[in-house]
Design a protein around this ligand. Structure first.
Ligand code: GLN
Length: 487
């Protein structure tokens, strides 16, 4: 058996049993990254030396008898999280030279618990995209089919887990960036309730929508990684002061009597028929586990993408105004004067999609258009949230597809931003409502993975993980690996 066959939870247990050391498993993953990631491009930065030093510290901590459950377990951070002393690029030329002077709260928490960071993963520039094609560092290849995208924006995190280059990774989700790449790469990922995980030190895209969460192969792994990152943070005024449950402890509950809402709007035109079939098969599996399916309606679903593409760009235009070429990040050569420095640094430092969003956002917020676009979008956002409030009066969780189709070829949607935006048609509404959502593998179409989306009520992550885990006890889609990666 290879060390990379083990799930994250199995790795943690084996470390506790002293079957191998953190240094051994860390070296194993570093060797795999060195050998295989030229193909996938899932890492922007590999921190090999630092990882081995962290592994040795973890081994010493275990020997001293004060290890946490995840001490010594290797993983990767999305390159959107600030990591002290390590480049934090956010997938952008703008931050290619940025060495963060501090750790994000998520990073600090993982460090305290002694997890070992293998490196920083590739992503769409400033987390804007659904295919990883907007990264300054080049696209990530989907391990299931290297001619296809891994999804985005957390495509590097998803691909490195799918390719067994790390047993787990952190990611962020503003409109689907954890769930859609998890679906396209055949892994499990969870976007928590807004406010569950601190955003401090996570480079902001759209502050009212951004949320960090984990990706791994199984719901059990995701439960462990979520528990290690969740919790109130006085440094983030939008983080909520609620106890963090023991997510792993809740995995054993039976599903008898569970009411699953199936929104009719999530199975309409635009959904690949074979994807729909796999999702329906998963729903039938849940019926066998004792759950009851209830057809529901989320009548404002069709307004989620348009509302998001006003709100997210508006917030991004404000958040990205800090990148001015003066304080840190990219600065143009030989500026003629201050205005030239601002203009050329931003024109050269940002890519096309980021500029498109800044322009749309600045327009939507401008005097004269604010009421017509931004205020209207916020009103629609409330209607979308109310749809879910009504639905959760009737059901415990909501299920449907994560994305409309499996992974698509590079360039397939490149020339049409709106086609790309529709990738998140089933995921965006949960961000607008602040609800938790997850994706788990539920089948293959043409040997490419399909994701089942589970949407929960506020702070109901424990139930969602339980629901996902029970399915993974009776199916093995989550255990399938892309051809060749297990070797
Ligand atoms: N694909 C969506 C976008 O481009 C969502 C990205 C995200 O969740 N960060 O905005």
């Amino acid at each position: 058996m290879n060390l990379h066959d083990l799930t994250l939870a199995q790795t943690a247990r084996a470390l506790a049993d002293k079957q191998f050391s953190s240094r051994e498993v860390t070296q194993h993953y570093l060797d795999r990254i060195a050998r295989l990631d030229k193909t996938y491009n899932s890492f922007i930065t590999v921190t090999a030396e630092q990882a081995l030093a962290e592994a040795d510290a973890a081994d010493a901590r275990r020997a001293a008898g004060n290890a946490a459950f995840l001490t010594g377990v290797p993983f990767a951070h999305k390159d959107i999280f600030c990591t002290q002393g390590v480049r934090t690029s956010c997938g952008s030329r703008m931050l290619d030279n940025f060495i963060s002077p501090y750790d994000a709260t998520v990073v600090a928490k993982y460090r305290e618990q002694g997890l070992v960071m293998l490196g920083k993963t590739n992503m769409d520039e400033f987390a804007m995209g659904s295919s990883n094609e907007t990264s300054w560092y080049g696209p990530v290849k989907n391990p299931w089919d290297t001619g296809c995208v891994p999804g985005g924006s957390s495509g590097g995190s998803a691909a490195c887990v799918a390719a067994r280059l790390a047993p787990g990774a952190t990611a962020t989700d503003t409109g689907g960036s954890i769930r859609q790449p998890a679906a396209l790469c055949g892994i499990t990922g969870l976007k928590p309730t807004y406010g569950r995980v601190s955003r401090w030190g996570m480079i902001a895209f759209a502050s009212s929508l951004d949320q960090a969460g984990p990706m791994a192969r199984t719901a059990e792994d995701v439960a462990l990684l979520l528990g290690a990152m969740a919790g109130f943070d006085p440094k983030d005024s939008t983080s909520l002061d609620r106890d963090v449950p023991d997510y792993a402890a809740a995995l054993g509950n039976e599903l008898a009597g569970l009411k699953i809402g199936v929104p009719k709007e999530y199975f309409g035109a635009g959904l690949n028929p074979q994807t729909a079939e796999r999702v329906q098969a998963a729903l039938r599996e849940y019926e066998k586990l004792g759950a009851r399916l209830v057809e529901i309606s989320l009548p404002h679903s069709h307004l989620a993408v348009p509302a998001y593409y006003v709100i997210a760009p508006a917030e991004c235009s404000a958040n990205l105004s800090r990148f001015d070429g003066v304080r840190y990040g990219y600065r143009c050569e030989n500026p003629q004067d201050l205005m030239d420095l601002y203009c050329r640094s931003r024109a050269e430092g940002f890519g096309e999609e980021v500029k498109r969003r800044i322009l749309v956002g600045a327009y939507a917020l401008s005097a004269g258009f604010y009421d017509a676009y931004y205020r209207k979008a916020q009103q629609v956002r409330r209607l979308i949230q109310q749809d879910f409030v009504e639905a959760f009066k009737e059901v415990d969780v909501i299920m449907g597809p994560t994305s409309p189709s499996p992974a698509f070829a590079f360039g397939a949607k490149g020339s049409d931003p709106v086609a790309m935006y529709l990738e998140d048609i089933y995921t965006i509404a949960t961000n607008l409502a602040g609800l938790p959502g997850m994706s788990l593998p539920c089948g293959l179409v043409d040997n490419k993975p399909v994701g089942l989306q589970v949407i929960g009520n506020y702070f109901d992550e424990a139930r969602m993980l339980n629901v996902a885990h029970r399915y993974q006890q009776v199916t093995d889609w989550h255990a399938q690996a892309p051809a060749g990666v297990m070797a």
